[in-house]
Ligand binder design. Structure first.
Ligand code: KIV
Ligand code: NA
Length: 275
């Protein structure tokens, strides 16, 4: 089998094969990536990418569950990981367990992801001990945008020790992997060499054990802004707008629908012709 399908499969990739992942929020997109990705993340980026929110803070459990259920219908082999939304896990390990269990039970996800390092280690330990595989997420943690003062690079200069301590703390607590978002390349490489669990980079380093991107970013579908770490592998937003403009022009010129799109008043005689 080409792709990983459990959290333990992901963990076992460390030092062996690069881990491929993307976010997904819908069934058709999940279908496109199932055969190519080791895991698919139902990210709380859904709030910004599909719902027009200006941060991830407004994303709810119900939104995550609905998108998680949609993604699950499109996956057969890749592991599905689902983000815990802001406010669903920070209070206590018990609160985190209750909501993580609900996310997994109602969507079929094989693991959850939550943001935070040292301060979330106790919660990660609590979840893992009770059957919930946890992917950690350190460096730039978008749910903390208001205390971080923006979406800045994390771990430069004297901040590097904090991010390294976060990585060690989540690994010690039993996380099966850790996302490193927007940290300097050298620090990402140092963390990758230091911890026994796979690092998943986004704006980090090609030396990470795996990579993740937001699918709408890499397809050029989300164009409100482009982070430096995003590579656009397609321009679907441009394609979509051009297609919509062409449709609008044809409707206004009465060129669409054309003869092949309309129905005769009598069914055609038996032939290859589609009714
Ligand atoms: O929500 C998200 O898309 C994420 C990834 C960018 C790691 O957390
Ligand atoms: Na996220």
């Amino acid at each position: 089998k080409k792709t990983a399908s459990s959290a333990e499969d992901i963990r076992a990739c460390k030092g062996k094969t690069p881990i491929v992942s993307l976010t997904a929020y819908t069934t058709p997109m999940a279908r496109f990536m199932d055969a190519h990705c080791d895991f698919v993340l139902v990210g709380d980026s859904v709030g910004m990418v599909l719902h027009g929110l200006t941060s991830t803070l407004g994303v709810t459990m119900d939104m995550m569950i609905m998108h998680g259920q949609a993604v699950a219908r499109g996956l057969q082999s890749a592991l599905m990981v689902i983000d815990m939304p802001f406010g669903s896990y920070e209070e206590t390990p018990q609160q985190a367990f209750r909501n993580a269990a609900r996310l997994m039970a109602e969507t079929g996800a094989g693991a959850v992801k939550l943001e935070g390092g040292v301060e979330m280690a106790e919660t990660i330990r609590f979840l893992v001990a009770r059957g919930i595989p946890v992917m950690a997420h350190i460096g730039l943690t978008p749910q903390s945008v208001n205390t971080l003062g923006g979406y800045k690079v994390q771990g430069r200069d004297e901040q590097a020790d904090k991010v390294l301590a976060d990585a060690r703390a989540v690994a010690d607590a039993g996380a099966f992997s850790v996302v490193l978002e927007k940290v300097p390349q050298k620090l990402a490489d140092q963390i990758t060499a230091d911890v026994a669990i796979p690092t998943i980079g986004i704006g980090a380093s090609a030396g990470c054990d795996g990579q993740i991107l937001v699918v709408d970013d890499m397809l050029g579908f989300f164009t409100a802004f482009k982070a430096k770490f995003v590579k656009r592998y397609a321009q679907l937003g441009d394609d979509a707008e051009a297609a919509i403009a062409a449709y609008a022009a044809e409707v206004r010129a009465r060129e669409f629908p054309a003869p092949e799109h309309v129905f005769a008043d009598q069914a055609p005689k038996k032939s290859a012709q589609k009714k």
